[in-house]
Design a protein around this ligand. Structure first.
Ligand SMILES: NC(=O)c1ccc[n+]([C@@H]2O[C@H](COP(=O)([O-])OP(=O)(O)OC[C@H]3O[C@@H](n4cnc5c(N)ncnc54)[C@H](OP(=O)(O)O)[C@@H]3O)[C@@H](O)[C@H]2O)c1
Length: 284
């Protein structure tokens, strides 16, 4: 990333990041416009969202503002300023009832407020900015709070010797977040536009993912109990099959996406090198 100048946007947690950070709350409408005008970025990547499924069910109006209105306004502002725009969407726009993988041509059928608002956000971006990239993602990595991704969930709990559930009936395509960032940059450099599935190339269930993490980190996989998401007590509905095909993306990029084991190796190497502590040190 050193060849790119990065500006971040945050609500106030980032105090000493190695790039300039604008403190902003996106509930203030159009708060981003002065940032665009003062920095003149080549690219904007919108990662902001209400991405917690349970919170979306509880606060649908907030989900609408962050997942539909904000992307529409950002897409419009970028189109007006000739800035290339990427909007992150979700694999969860599908209801997961299909056998096999979903392509970009498949008709979404969202379950719940999160997925519904993310789908409407995709459509709002498409309408406002035909040159935008809409990336349906699923990723894991080390987060600022240390507890955001499924990879961290397994490392934290298994590391503490705690028993955890691993859903055998949720298939997904996890991508290491560094691979996601590299792939988004490659898409921008290739000047792609439109809707893409930007997930890992290898589908697996969440239990298998936990076992892979446990083996890589030398943790006890026997602590992971295979089970069903239907008995998990989670209130928002989850789709069972989120196997998304990356055929369109790898064809348009002209090369295959990085494989799962390379990503897991990278995730583990960062752990060995103290990266989780390093990024936590960026916050107050
Ligand atoms: N993680 C995945 O595997 C996955 C899967 C499918 C789709 N996605 C999509 O990928 C994107 C990033 O997801 P994530 O997992 O990284 O979620 P996340 O950790 O909840 O990130 C959302 C970001 O939005 C920021 N944000 C929320 N409300 C804000 C507000 N009012 N003002 C300013 N910033 C605000 C959050 O800031 P705070 O840190 O202050 O809360 C956070 O940095 C989202 O569009 C999500 O739908 C992620």
């Amino acid at each position: 990333m050193s060849e790119h100048e990065v500006f971040g946007v945050d609500r106030g947690r980032l105090q000493s990041a190695p790039f300039q950070v604008f403190k902003t709350n996106f509930f203030n409408r159009h708060a981003f416009e002065p940032m665009l005008d003062s920095t003149h970025p080549d690219w904007v990547i919108n990662c902001a969202a209400l991405a917690n499924l349970e919170e979306c069910e509880k606060f649908p109006e907030q989900a609408k503002i962050l997942n539909i209105d904000l992307p529409r306004e950002l897409a419009t502002a970028c189109a007006e300023r000739n800035i290339k725009f990427i909007h992150l969407s979700t694999d969860a726009v599908f209801d997961g009832t299909k056998e096999g993988s979903y392509s970009e041509e498949d008709v979404p059928a969202p379950r719940g407020v999160y997925a519904q608002t993310k789908l409407e956000g995709e459509r709002a971006v498409q309408e406002a900015n035909a040159q935008a990239i809409i990336a349906r993602v699923n990723f894991y990595g080390w987060s600022l709070g240390g507890r955001r991704s499924l990879g961290e969930f397994y490392v934290n709990n298994l590391g503490e010797g705690r028993n955890v559930d691993g859903f055998t009936d949720v298939i997904f395509c996890p991508m290491w977040v560094n691979h996601l960032a590299q792939t988004l940059i490659a898409m921008l450099e290739k000047d792609l536009h439109g809707l893409y599935h930007v997930v890992g190339a290898q589908p697996m269930n969440k239990y298998q993912f936990g076992v892979e993490v446990a083996r890589k980190f030398g943790l006890r996989e026997s602590l992971i109990a295979p089970g069903s998401v239907e008995r998990s007590g989670l209130t928002a509905k989850r789709s069972h099959n989120l196997w998304l095909s990356v055929h369109k993306l790898s064809t348009d990029l002209g090369h295959p996406l990085p494989d799962f084991s390379t990503g897991l190796d990278g995730f583990y190497t960062q752990f060995q090198q103290g990266y989780p502590q390093k990024i936590r040190g960026y916050q107050q």
